[in-house]
Design a protein around this ligand. Structure first.
Ligand code: MF3
Ligand code: CO
Ligand code: CO
Length: 259
């Protein structure tokens, strides 16, 4: 597959899909509290998405020989879960941190975004990891412009995280996005400056660093979806969908104008 350049009309559809995804996170925020199950969070998001006339992209996505398709409409990744947590009977308790990852399809185009939530008061470590991961994503986003290379972005993210004593997950990355959920290019959250493809106006892709408090190593659970830290340390992630503009970038998944 090759990288698709979006026309102005397609860029407008990506803007609308991005906002549709962001609105799901705004809707769910007040419901993320102790005593609520991840299934209930999934149910509320699913109902909201379909009521808007949109499609939850994760539902039935990514089946393969030996792997069931993803069975729910969002991903809920709690504490040491790195990504792709499957909503279920697990009930949130005070001190948990959770990433909720929403991807919707509106009028044929995908918007993909995720955010961390605190359940009650987080530990000092959980807050520092969550904030550092958000800042690292912004470091990457801020570099996006025509002519910049993907390695410049990955390097900026990696450096920011490692300077603060945390580690970048290698096995999962950001991705091109459009009519297709995961398209080229792969957007690594680590790398060397001056390497990788050059960004061009009209590209759309996600930046979604996964950061572990301990070692970078991960393990896939037997459900073939849930990714956890091998050392059971905490993990955090944030994600936005970005458009490359003539002068820099536009974040398509802002929530009320904020990152
Ligand atoms: N939303 C995830 C991403 O950022 C992908 C989830 S795929 C699923 O790319 F099948 F696990 F939902
Ligand atoms: Co993504
Ligand atoms: Co996502």
């Amino acid at each position: 597959m090759s990288i698709t350049i979006k026309t102005p009309e397609e860029q407008q559809k990506m803007r609308e899909a991005g906002q549709a995804a962001a609105e799901v996170l705004l809707m769910i925020a007040p419901h993320v509290k102790a005593g609520v199950s991840t299934d209930e969070i999934n149910r509320l998001c699913h109902e909201f998405i379909v009521a808007q006339g949109d499609i939850p992209a994760p539902l039935n996505y990514g089946g393969a020989p030996g792997r069931m398709p993803f069975p729910k409409s969002i991903c809920t990744s709690v504490n040491h879960v790195v990504c792709h947590g499957i909503p279920g009977p697990k009930v949130l308790k005070k001190g948990d941190v959770i990433n909720i990852d929403v991807t919707v399809i509106r009028d044929g185009f995908h918007g993909d975004t995720s955010q961390m939530f605190y359940v009650g008061e987080p530990s000092i470590l959980a807050r520092r990891l969550t904030e550092t991961t958000h800042e690292a994503m912004i470091e990457g986003i801020n570099r996006v412009a025509p002519g910049v290379r993907l390695g410049d972005i990955g390097h900026a993210i990696q450096q920011y995280i490692e300077q603060r004593g945390f580690s970048v997950v290698r096995e999962y990355c950001g991705h091109g996005i459009g009519r297709v959920f995961h398209e080229d290019p792969q957007v690594l959250h680590y790398g060397r400056p001056g390497t990788g493809i050059e960004l061009q106006e009209g590209m759309t892709f996600t930046i979604e660093p996964m950061v572990n408090a301990g070692r970078a190593d991960i393990k896939l659970l037997p459900d073939a979806w849930t990714v956890v830290t091998k050392d059971h340390s905490l993990s955090a992630q944030w994600e936005h969908t970005i458009l490359v503009t003539p002068t820099g970038h536009e974040v398509l998944t802002l929530r009320n104008g904020a990152l």
